[in-house]
Design a protein around this ligand. Structure first.
Ligand SMILES: Nc1ncnc2c1ncn2[C@@H]1O[C@H](COP(=O)(O)OP(=O)(O)OP(=O)(O)O)[C@@H](O)[C@H]1O
Ligand SMILES: [Mg+2]
Length: 360
């Protein structure tokens, strides 16, 4: 199981997965053109060339694969691709296509130049995947009619179309499928300044008055992810409207997100509980995952898949063969002083690096 497939703590304010409210409002906040799309400079430039060239030649562009963590703009970009090409878009997803026949039905109804958006493409069934190879390469599928020795393959010509695949797990795609994409865009986490622009743009669309410092405060807590930035903005808006006059400043944003337990670095209650236990109960580690999980009253999987990825990404926690250890940044972030042994010549990190020595 991956944190992207099913998030055991999906009600968290800082999860990157979309919840019902996100889905309802996201359509309104999505940039509609490439120029409006903030950040991801490299992907944007590369994609812009692919699209412009195709438009000039008057042909459908190569198939496009967009890969990256949830909430960074893959669905948004796929819609932009269709809009920039002036082409209609058909939207489906890997889990929705369980039989090759499901895919054949979709492919055979495409019109010339149409964009087919296949979300979570890594979750398609194997037979559908094999049909897709042929469709992508030759714009043709073989529809199998009947079963057993009497089965016959009826070839079906398809109009040229552009497949846009999106995946949070590019590594899970079989190489033959990956190879059939002419262009792969790797989406990366956003820099704080880029997220600040996202917050500003969304605030304008939602009619929220916000100053630059307020937008920066929200951006800094959004874990590099526009979806989280937009969600935090909505919670800050609530707070500003109920407790104040609706205007968002740095102070109001910080107060609001303190109420929702999202700290200055984007850690929430669970993240902080894990760090807190690691530091206070185990002196910064090393400590085994299951012990750490019991200490915070959570399942090991929750700690490992929900809390740890971000803590590791932020350089607050490290996974070592001997267990979890806290970094110096973790002590600093929680405002704690490392114990004397840990701060001295033999740190907990060194203990982890010299596994033959007894643990202190
Ligand atoms: N570059 C951007 N500029 C402005 N807003 C953005 C940008 N990228 C994403 N967003 C906003 O973030 C939200 C989430 O984006 P999107 O749904 O495209 O993410 P995703 O990568 O498809 O996520 P998932 O993997 O969960 O499907 C959307 O509401 C969109 O408006
Ligand atoms: Mg999406």
């Amino acid at each position: 199981m991956s944190p992207y497939d099913s998030d055991p703590a999906a009600d968290r304010l800082v999860t990157a997965a979309a919840d019902g409210e996100d889905q309802a409002v996201e359509a309104a906040l999505r940039p509609k053109q490439l120029d409006e799309f903030i950040g991801q400079e490299r992907v944007r430039e590369q994609l812009s060339l692919v699209l412009q060239a195709a438009r000039r030649r008057g042909t459908a562009p190569d198939h496009v694969l967009l890969s990256g963590p949830p909430g960074l703009g893959k669905t948004t970009l796929s819609m932009i691709i269709a809009a920039e090409l002036g082409a209609p878009i058909r939207i489906t997803s890997g889990p929705a296509i369980q039989h090759a026949g499901d895919l054949a039905a979709i492919l055979s109804s495409l019109t010339e130049g149409e964009v087919l958006f296949l979300d979570e493409i890594h979750r398609m069934s194997r037979p559908a995947e094999e049909m897709l190879y042929m469709a992508m390469e030759d714009f043709r599928v073989d529809v199998i009619v009947g079963k057993g020795p009497g089965a016959t393959a009826i070839p079906l010509e398809l109009p040229p179309f552009t497949l846009v695949g999106a995946t949070t797990r590019a590594g899970l795609l079989p190489p033959p499928l990956r190879d059939r994409f002419g262009f792969t865009g790797h989406m990366e986490f956003y820099a704080p300044a880029e997220l600040q622009r996202v917050v500003h743009r969304s605030a304008a669309l939602l009619d929220v008055e916000i100053d630059p410092a307020g937008a920066a405060e929200i951006a800094g807590r959004s874990r590099g992810t526009p979806r989280i930035a937009n969600r935090l903005l909505r919670r800050v808006r609530d707070y500003a409207q109920v407790r104040h006059d609706g205007q968002v400043t740095r102070e109001i944003a910080a107060q609001a997100l303190q109420v929702y337990e999202v700290d200055a670095r984007g850690l929430d209650r669970l993240d902080r509980a894990v760090l807190d236990a690691l530091l206070r109960l185990f002196g910064g580690g090393p400590v085994g995952l299951s012990t750490l999980a019991v200490a915070v009253g959570e399942e090991s999987e929750t700690v490992e898949e929900v809390a740890e990825p971000f803590l590791v990404r932020e350089g607050l926690l490290a996974r070592t063969p001997r267990g979890r250890i806290a970094t110096a940044a973790a002590w600093q972030h929680l405002g704690l002083t490392p114990p004397v042994q840990a701060a001295g010549p033999r740190t907990s990190t060194q203990s982890a690096l010299f596994p033959d020595d007894p643990v202190v």
